[in-house]
Every structure is written in structure tokens, then in C-alpha cells.
Design a protein around this ligand. Structure first.
Ligand code: ADP
Ligand code: GLC
Length: 483
């Protein structure tokens, strides 16, 4: 089975969020299952640097309406084969993969991801410019949404397509006059095509035309078939329900292992949880928090975006300080939220520590050093930090939504007694509900034996990619009709 995995980010080369973690780990897990997966990425500066000064040029070819492009060949740091689209005018620029350094979207994202989609489609056709031909094209999120549509329009023999939704809130919406810049013909600008309330939606193009659709948790697969989490596409998604599957993400057990993590000062395991204290001390030091015995540190690592429910925390965090509790918060994103959190830290020195920025190493220290982890997400397709946290013996306080519900077991007294409770779920995305869950966590933290049980139950859970990889592999077989 040969699979082309088209994605706009992949850790450790380029990462803005969970899509990169998935793209960095799932292909390797699939290869362990015997699937020949190869990654297709745009040639951003970090990707070109990784390929080195003299990359292998596999092919140069014309892309209809989008000019000439070259395909480079290399490998991810873990050895997964990698194809890179070289188009310096579109990808080789400083800043993020989607945005300028100041946070504004690149004005030519229609062309940039139109090209990614088109090349993914070309490599999946019989007329591909390279010899290796996938049996399945696996697309991820709106940036690759037009690929299945290009294949359908072309009409020649091509690989079947699987489309994974990592987040339905990002749809790749552009004004109608973008159409020629994406390389699509005007006749797809209809309701059954890419038209979406007068604009173009890359995501809708993919969801209409992919052979199979997956999303990153079973619960989210149900939620997106209804208002409000369908974000306008609930009708289309429920119409396609028989082709839609939820597969819970795994985590990269090598990168996220408290027993071997090189980014934390003191490594530990399920039988050496006392050593976690040294990480708490280091985290307090970095975040400027007071060293007070018996007060738990609540950690957050997050994009500052509406999705993540940070306004709920802002509304109740001062009351939470009296539980008592300290906060160690790492994040970046919307300027108003960055401002609000900076302000909060300034008002509560020693009790709330905030670091604005994207800091991989510090994110590991928060997982290891915090006593509990907070995820008040309004919605969360899967979420990865709750799984990292459980593995790091850091129970999670979370809104029961999407993949958070699928991966956290609420620590009711019965669940704790049964050795199953791993976190504290709340059901309404409101500040009082969050505060109550923080209160439950603080009370449990005070009960040493119960707390250790919750930590150990979380650490014992299997969040490896193997189960998910097997499910993707069986979908690949289903979509190609392979027994
Ligand atoms: P999303 O993709 O919606 O942001 P996920 O939970 O799936 O949510 O994945 C987020 C990933 O990005 C995690 O690996 C998390 O640790 C990381 N991350 C988010 N914000 C930061 C930050 N400020 N610094 C370092 N890592 C971050
Ligand atoms: C998205 C979602 C997140 C998910 C990630 C990887 O960014 O917001 O919940 O974990 O994709 O699938």
C-alpha cells in the first residue's frame, strides 16, 4: 500500500499546532504497519534548510494556471520519505506558514495552497511527473482541500482520496475572484462545488469530493454534523455521514516521555513521581512563581484563540487563586488575549506566571512541572496536550467536548476507586463550571492517595499511534478495495 500524505505542516520541521504533531508521527506509525507513506510539504525556508544545500530534484513540471514548480526529494528526520514543492516565490519567505510575522494572513494563500492541492493531485494521477504512484491520497485540512476536487475534475485514472479534518473552524475561505488564482475553473463556483455563502471554501471542496472523510476523534465526528460545531458545513457532513469516521489521534511516545525527555531537568516515571517535584521547582523558577508547599501549579500550553476558551479562565482565575492554586501559562496568538494574560500576570506576581511565545522546550517543562493541566476549550477536535499531560502524571481539568471527552475519564469517586479516573471534566463552557472543576481538582490534590491514583491511571493509558495507524490502514484498504 502506497500513500501520499499531503500536509501544510509537519513536526519537527514546521509547526503551528497539532496538525504538525500528527503529520510528524502518524506517517512513521503507518510505516511500522507496513504502509509506504510519503509526506508532501511546501518548500518553506525551514524545510529547504533541512534538505540541505544540494537537494535532489526529482522533477520540474508545469502546473496548470499556476506556473512551473519543482519537486525535491528528501526524508523527515525520522526517515519518512519526503517530497517538497519548491516554489520560492510562494513558500520561501520569513514568517509563519500561513501568516506574516505580524499575524496577518499571507495575501496569496489561495495560490500557495491551491498549488499544494494541485501538486498533491498531480502526483496521484496516472500522468504524474514522478514514477512513484500512491494507491491513496491522504489530505489534511483546508490547505489540501482542493486536491480531491482537482482529481474529480480531471477525470483520468487516479488514486482514491481520504480527507482528514483536524479543525472545521478553519475552512480556507477566499473571495470568489480568487478562483483563477487557485487554478480552478469557474464552473465549480456552485453550491455543489466550492461556493460557500458567496465565497470559495477549500474545505468544502474537499468534503464534497473526497472518497472518505475522517476526523480526529469519534466524538467530534458526531459534533460536526450539527450546529454549532458544524460551522455551516453540518448539512454536508451529515449527508456524508456514512463516509465519515472519527479516529482518535495518538501521541509521539518518543518525544513525550517523562522517563527520557531531554527537555526537562528531572526525568521520572510512574514509580518515581516524587522526582516530578524538581520539575515543579524549575517551572516555578522560570515562571516567577513563589515556592509554597501544598499549592498546586496549574499549567496551560495553548494557541491564544477563541477555540481554546481562555476567556472562561480569565473570568474566574482570580477566584481560583484562592483555592489556592498557582498558574503557569505558555501561549501566543490573538493580541487581545496576549495583552490580557500579560496584564493578569502583572497584577498577581508570584501567583500567575505567563510566557508569551511559542516555546517547545518550555511546553515540555509545563507538562512535567505542573501539578494539573487546564484545557477549557469551547471545542476541541482532538487535542494533544491532554494526552501528553496524562502521560506526564499531570491530571487535566477540561471541558467535556470533542476529543477531550474521548480521552479523559472523569475522576468521580467511583472512577478513582476503580483506577480509571484521569481528570476533571466540566460540561458547560462557563466560568462557574470551570471554577467548580478547578475546585474539584484542588480538593483531590489535597488527598495524597487519591491524587497519586489519578496520576497513575493517566500514566498507564495507551495513547500510542499504533491503534490509530491500524484504523487508517484499514480505511486505505477499504477505499482501494484491497482485502
Ligand atoms: P491545536 O492544534 O488546536 O493548537 P492541539 O492540542 O492538537 O491543538 O496541539 C497543539 C500543539 O501545539 C501541542 O503540541 C502544544 O504543545 C503545542 N503548542 C501550542 N501552543 C504552544 C506554545 N505557545 N509553545 C509551544 N508549544 C505550543
Ligand atoms: C487541530 C485541532 C486539535 C487537534 C489537531 C491535530 O489543530 O484544533 O484539536 O488535536 O488539529 O489533529
Amino acid at each position: 500500500m502506497q500513500v501520499l500524505f499531503a500536509t501544510s505542516e509537519a513536526a519537527p520541521l514546521v509547526k503551528t499546532g497539532g496538525l504538525a504533531d500528527v503529520s510528524g508521527a502518524l506517517p512513521a506509525a503507518l510505516r511500522r504497519e507496513g504502509v509506504d507513506v510519503r509526506i508532501l510539504l511546501p518548500g518553506y525556508p525551514a524545510v529547504l534548510r533541512h534538505l540541505g544545500g544540494q537537494p535532489i530534484v526529482l522533477a520540474e513540471f508545469d502546473v496548470p494556471m499556476l506556473g512551473r514548480a519543482a519537486l525535491l526529494e528528501g526524508a523527515m528526520p525520522d526517515g519518512v520519505p519526503l517530497y517538497v514543492i519548491a516554489r520560492d516565490d510562494l513558500y520561501a519567505r520569513d514568517g509563519g506558514p500561513y501568516q506574516r510575522a505580524d499575524g496577518a494572513d499571507w495575501p496569496d494563500n489561495d495560490r500557495r495552497f491551491g498549488l499544494l492541492s494541485r501538486v498533491a493531485a498531480m502526483l496521484s494521477q496516472e500522468s504524474s511527473p514522478i514514477a512513484w504512484r500512491p494507491d491513496v491520497l491522504h489530505c489534511n485540512d483546508w490547505q489540501t482541500g482542493l486536491a480531491p476536487l482537482f482529481l474529480q475534475l480531471d477525470g483520468t485514472r487516479h488514486a482514491p482520496t481520504l480527507f482528514t479534518i483536524h479543525n472545521l473552524a478553519y475552512q480556507g475561505i477566499f473571495p470568489a475572484d480568487s478562483l483563477p488564482r487557485t487554478g480552478l475553473p469557474w464552473d465549480v463556483f456552485r453550491m455543489e462545488g466550492v461556493e460557500f455563502f458567496g465565497n470559495i471554501s477549500f474545505l468544502k471542496g474537499g468534503l464534497q469530493t473526497a472518497d472518505r472523510i475522517t476526523t480526529v476523534s469519534p466524538n467530534y465526528a458526531r459534533e460536526i454534523q450539527h450546529e454549532p460545531l458544524g460551522f455551516g458545513l453540518q448539512g454536508l457532513l451529515s449527508w456524508r455521514a456514512k463516509d465519515l469516521t472519527g479516529i482518535l489521534n495518538g501521541i509521539d511516545l518518543a518525544t513525550w516521555d517523562p522517563g527520557t525527555d531531554p527537555l526537562i531537568p528531572r526525568r521520572y516515571g510512574v514509580d518515581s513521581l516524587l522526582r516530578k517535584d524538581a520539575n515543579r521547582s524549575a517551572l516555578r523558577e522560570v515562571m516567577g512563581l513563589q515556592a509554597v508547599k501544598g499549592v498546586p501549579v496549574a499549567g496551560l500550553v495553548t494557541r491564544f484563540a477563541h477555540q481554546k476558551g481562555l476567556d472562561l479562565l480569565l473570568a474566574c482565575v482570580e477566584q481560583a487563586l484562592t483555592l489556592p492554586m498557582q498558574f503557569a501559562i505558555l501561549g501566543s496568538g490573538e493580541p487581545t488575549l496576549e495583552h490580557a494574560f500579560r496584564d493578569l500576570a502583572a497584577r498577581h506576581p508570584g501567583r500567575i506566571g505567563v510566557r508569551i511565545g511559542f516555546d517547545e522546550a518550555l511546553s515540555h517543562l509545563v507538562e512535567a512541572g505542573a501539578d494539573l493541566f487546564v484545557m477549557p476549550s469551547r471545542f476541541e477536535p482532538c487535542g494533544l496536550n491532554q494526552m501528553y499531560s496524562q502521560r506526564y502524571g499531570t491530571p487535566v481539568v477540561a471541558h467535556a467536548t470533542g476529543g477531550l471527552s474521548d480521552s479523559i475519564v472523569d475522576a468521580t469517586p467511583e472512577a478513582v476507586a476503580a483506577g480509571e479516573g484521569t481528570g476533571f471534566l466540566f460540561h458547560e463552557p462557563t466560568p462557574p463550571a470551570l471554577l467548580a472543576a478547578l475546585g474539584r481538582a484542588a480538593a483531590a490534590f489535597g488527598d495524597r492517595r487519591a491524587w497519586r491514583r489519578i496520576q497513575r491511571s493517566g500514566m498507564a493509558r495507551d495513547f500510542s499511534w499504533d491503534a490509530a495507524a491500524r484504523r487508517y490502514a484499514s480505511l486505505y484498504r477499504a477505499v482501494t478495495g484491497t482485502p
